[in-house]
Design a protein around this ligand. Structure first.
Ligand code: SAH
Length: 437
């Protein structure tokens, strides 16, 4: 255990001691407001005709259309990240976040036996900042990674964001593929690695992979259910009879297929949100990790099967009514980690969720900050570094709100389980404290 901790610390010292120059560049405003208005009216009209023709739709269908409708969905059309967008995420706030996750990826690759091929897979990479910081770490740790055949695989539904990712990670050194190929874009990263874009996880080649999903699962559609005197009923989206161009929530009169199969027998909450598509995705990751080796790190806001009504919208960093202007606002729901854990099955081991504060502290965020501060003479950049560190780990900011959850191959902890039960810290970076004297 200690050797992993010490090694991680040494790596942190070896990382580039400078501040990433693009750090604050990402915060500039986007020019997507006109497209947003078009998206709004076209998605609303489309949903109203659909409901008029076939009746109320599930919240999951509403969320899917609003976020990923191939013509006018929120993620398909907009650049929503940063100060000029609707929300800002940890990788956009500080380079340290991605650097520590890069160290985690290398640490897991080593602990799993240094496979001679290593696929870095990111689900929903946004602007590509996280992958970019991780790839910089891989370059710094070239001697550790040796001749390993490393490749980068991005699962991204948004053509617009895939362009940002291509620019950020390759300097636009990519080629689009013809037609409906599983790989819709490919190229070479600035650090010389092959990189591929897909729409679906199943299209990624098999082999040892580390999967990352940062603020991805909260964007996957949820169903909402309510306990009634007649049993569980699904919450649906319908046209408001008083105002036919508006939408409203209704409770289904009879059970739906979803309400019949998605509610647990021992459920004791009154309202429940379930994300079956997220369950299928995590099941696919777990199957691959069990068969091909590797690990997954899922980072999101969430709970362990306790919360009830978390479905909400964000627009311009403010809460936004979820049924107003579909396609114009981000829609999100807290991730139910207990459900993800259940869906991974018995062939893998899950760790967490633990808070972002604990994970980053365990990964040595304090030492990394000190290295950057020591090498940064500019007072305003120093102040920004300290401010972004505080945003990431302060319990009242992102420190307790965000959770880290990992899926590992069962073999990864076999030795630990057999020999040192309950006495030693987990030998998995981030999930146990670093020994940093
Ligand atoms: N991980 C980034 C972006 C989070 S926003 C960050 O933390 O900064 C959610 C990301 O997931 C976007 O890139 C969005 O386009 C992508 N996305 C949302 N739904 C998706 C789906 N069903 N399949 C693939 N990508 C999806």
């Amino acid at each position: 255990m200690i050797s992993i901790s010490m090694r991680t610390l040494l790596w942190l010292k070896r990382l580039m001691p400078e501040v990433r120059w693009t750090m604050w560049q990402n915060r500039f405003c986007s020019d997507s407001s006109i497209q947003r208005l078009e998206s709004n009216s076209s998605i609303r009209k489309h949903l109203i005709s659909k409901i008029t023709a076939t009746g109320p739709i599930s919240v999951a269908e509403y969320m899917r259309e609003a976020l990923t409708n191939p013509v006018a969905g929120y993620y398909v059309k907009n650049d929503m990240l940063g100060a000029g967008g609707d929300f800002i995420t940890s990788p956009e706030i500080s380079q340290i976040f991605g650097e520590l996750l890069g160290v985690w990826c290398v640490s897991e690759w080593m602990a799993a036996g240094k496979s001679n091929m290593f696929q870095l897979v990111e689900l929903g990479p946004g602007r590509g900042s996280l992958a970019s910081d991780i790839l910089r770490v891989f370059s710094q740790l070239k001697t550790v990674l040796g001749e390993t055949d490393i490749s980068v695989h991005l699962v991204e539904v948004s053509p617009k964001l895939s362009q940002f990712q291509a620019e950020c990670l390759t300097g636009d050194n990519t080629q689009p593929s013809d037609g409906d190929q599983p790989v819709y874009r490919s190229g070479t990263t600035r650090t010389g690695l092959p990189i591929y874009w897909y729409r679906r996880i199943e299209d990624i080649p098999r082999g040892f992979s580390v999967f990352l999903a940062h603020e991805f699962f909260d964007a996957i559609p949820i169903h909402k259910f309510q306990r009634t005197e007649k049993g569980w009923r699904e919450v649906m989206v319908d046209i408001d009879p008083e105002s036919p161009d508006k939408l409203r929530f209704v409770v289904s009169h009879s059970p739906t297929l979803a309400s019949s199969i998605l509610i647990q027998k021992d459920e004791n909450r009154q309202h429940v949100e379930v994300c079956p598509e997220g369950g299928v995705i995590v099941q696919k990751l777990a199957n691959r990790i069990a068969e091909d080796g590797g690990a997954a790190l899922i980072v999101d806001y969430g709970h362990d099967g306790t919360k009830t009504d978390t479905f909400r919208g964000f627009k311009g960093h403010q809460l936004h009514n979820v049924l107003d202007a579909p396609g114009m606002a981000d829609l999100t729901a807290d991730v139910d980690f207990s459900y993800l854990r259940k869906m991974t099955g018995t062939e893998v081991t899950c760790l967490g969720p633990i808070t972002q504060r604990s994970f980053l502290k365990n990964m040595g965020i304090d030492s990394r900050l000190q290295v950057l501060l020591r090498n940064c003479p500019d007072p305003s950049t120093r102040a920004q570094l300290v401010h972004s560190y505080d945003m990431l780990i302060n319990p009242d900011k992102m420190g307790h709100r965000f959770q880290f959850f990992s899926v590992l191959n069962r073999g990864r902890l076999a030795q630990y389980r057999g020999m040192q039960k309950n006495t030693a810290p987990l030998p998995v970076a981030g999930f146990a404290e670093l020994d940093i004297q």
